[in-house]
Write a protein that binds this ligand. Structure first.
Ligand code: ADP
Ligand code: MG
Length: 150
């Protein structure tokens, strides 16, 4: 499947799972992130305010702002890029990931542009289990994450 077909496929998969199931999974995923060694030791966390189809990060953002410096990304092409400190852990959503850490986004390359200068930062991708696929098709501009939590 190419990137366009894969985006359709995972959005269809998302619709097969209930709001409750996604809420439960989101809590589990966020618990794993909050307990993650890299997150615990970082002073700064870069993450996103989730959209409806994504792992829900809203409660986690509220918890993190009490403990860390938080840089919250809005997923808009107009957002000016910020440069987080090198010790910041970056958490990104994806439409799909594979176990090499390759990421499929919504098709605008927003995170590829953001992550392209951040080679030294530890990057964690988050997604629902059905968004983990065998192999994400990649282009030279696609940026990998170090780890996927699902
Ligand atoms: P996504 O990562 O959202 O799934 P793609 O990887 O298909 O989307 O990228 C979408 C478009 O974004 C690409 O066609 C490319 O032109 C642009 N793009 C991605 N990364 C960069 C970059 N680092 N610099 C400039 N353009 C980029
Ligand atoms: Mg990409």
């Amino acid at each position: 499947m190419d990137k366009t077909d894969l985006r359709k496929y995972t959005f269809e998969q998302n619709r097969l799972h209930s709001v409750d199931e996604k809420a439960t999974l989101s809590r589990k995923i966020c618990d794993k992130i909050m307990a993650h060694e890299a997150v615990e030791s970082a002073n700064t966390i870069v993450l996103f305010w989730s959209l409806k189809s994504e792992v829900d990060t809203h409660e986690m953002v509220a918890e993190l702002v009490k403990k860390k410096n938080v840089i919250l990304l809005t997923q808009s092409a107009e957002t000016p890029p910020v440069t987080p400190p090198k010790d910041a852990v970056i958490i990104v959503p994806g439409v799909a990931f594979d176990n090499r850490g390759y990421r499929l986004g919504r098709g605008k390359g927003y995170y590829d542009r953001f992550l392209s200068n951040l080679a030294e930062n530890y990057k964690i991708g988050i997604c629902f289990p059905w968004q983990m696929i065998e192999k994400v098709p990649t282009d030279s501009h696609d940026v990998c994450v170090n780890e996927v939590i699902f």
